[in-house]
Design a binder for this molecule. Structure first.
Ligand SMILES: N[C@@H](CCC(=O)N[C@@H](CS)C(=O)NCC(=O)O)C(=O)O
Length: 329
């Protein structure tokens, strides 16, 4: 946070006249490495991953963990979907509104009595002054944390192949700023100008993604036949787009299901045919978190029911798309 009197719920820094949301840089930048003598070597049971099913950044680590078969190596738990004045909190035995795999109190030894993610940050650094974000990777051996996950850490063989690294980096650069973060910059904007600038840029980037996928004939994924980091990073935003971002963050120039056929097909391919994507998409957490935590946007905390279903089946289209297809045939 920029200063001590900044609150968790101040998404735009006080005194920032631009009205623009600026996501902070992570400060615990540690890396697991196989190099001999590495400070953080890969080790079964040593690391615990804290996530929120609501958070796109956290969900991409869960997807990567599953795709790379790390489930027996790195344990995980998920926080409750509600983020209040103290930030993310752990679920308790009394919570009956947050179903999902491992939505549990802090399971790490030595963390008895921990109620919030912030306590893990302070245990790692009592003078920590930043935000308390997920995902967090906790190192039980060194009792320290990582709060910046996929960039380098999961970059091994499959998801970040050498032959594609340049193209992956290029795609990540515009997609991160304009799409992943673009929805937040649109939704958290506190001036009309900041909103319009960001929402127009967001849809320009979606058009670019749509054109790329429409031209991809080699396979269903971003680069054709193999899933890479780009699919993971883009998916976590696109899967939340219709259920949340269209209405909650006012990203409503179009929606995915009626306005972006290639993105829609790509997203559903991942969701319906690749368990790592479907199993980590928890719409209860996703919808409730945004609509009931951001009370500056939605003061009555009413969660819209639609659009229904959260994700259309592979062989179903919205009526307008069906009608257009019928007219063409
Ligand atoms: N450093 C993290 C940032 C992730 C992030 O911004 N997470 C958001 C939720 S989507 C969060 O936990 N925000 C809590 C806060 O800012 O108080 C990463 O890149 O992995």
């Amino acid at each position: 946070m920029a200063s001590k009197d900044e609150k968790i719920t101040d998404w735009v820094y006080k005194g920032d006249k631009s009205g623009e949301f600026k996501r902070q840089q992570s400060s615990f930048r540690n890396f697991i490495s196989r190099e001999p003598g590495a400070e953080f070597p890969p080790e079964k049971g040593r690391y615990h991953l804290y996530v929120s099913y609501a958070c796109p950044w956290a969900t991409r680590t869960l997807i990567a963990r599953k795709l790379k078969g790390l489930e027996d190596i790195i344990s995980f738990s998920a926080v409750h979907w509600h983020m209040g004045a103290q930030g993310w909190r752990f679920a308790t035995a009394e919570d009956s509104d947050a179903e999902g795999e491992n939505v549990i109190p802090d399971p790490v030894e030595g963390h008895a009595g921990f109620t919030h993610i912030r306590q893990i940050y302070f245990a790692a650094n009592p003078d920590y002054q930043g935000r308390f974000t997920v995902p967090v990777l906790y190192d039980k051996a060194k009792q320290t944390i990582f709060d910046d996950l996929i960039d380098e850490k999961y970059r091994a063989v499959v998801l970040y192949p050498a032959a594609l690294q340049k193209e992956i980096d290029e795609a990540n650069e515009w997609q991160y700023d304009l799409i992943n973060n673009g929805v937040y910059k649109s939704g958290f904007a506190t001036t009309q100008a900041a909103y319009e600038r960001n929402v127009v840029a967001l849809f320009g980037a979606l058009d670019r993604a749509e054109a790329h996928l429409a031209a991809q004939t080699a396979g269903p994924y971003w680069f054709g036949k193999d899933i890479t980091e780009v699919d993971i990073r883009l998916f976590v935003t696109i899967i939340r787009f219709d259920p949340v971002y269209v209405q909650h963050f006012k990203c409503n120039l179009r929606d995915i299901r009626s306005g972006y056929p290639a993105l829609h097909a790509w997203m559903r391919e991942l969701y319906w045919r690749v368990p790592a994507f479907r199993d980590t998409a928890n719409f209860l957490h996703i919808k409730n978190h945004y609509t009931r935590s951001h009370t500056q946007i939605n003061p009555f905390s009413i969660t819209p029911l639609g659009p229904l279903p959260d994700v259309l089946p592979l062989d179903e289209e919205v009526p307008a798309v069906k009608a257009a297809a019928a007219a063409k045939a």
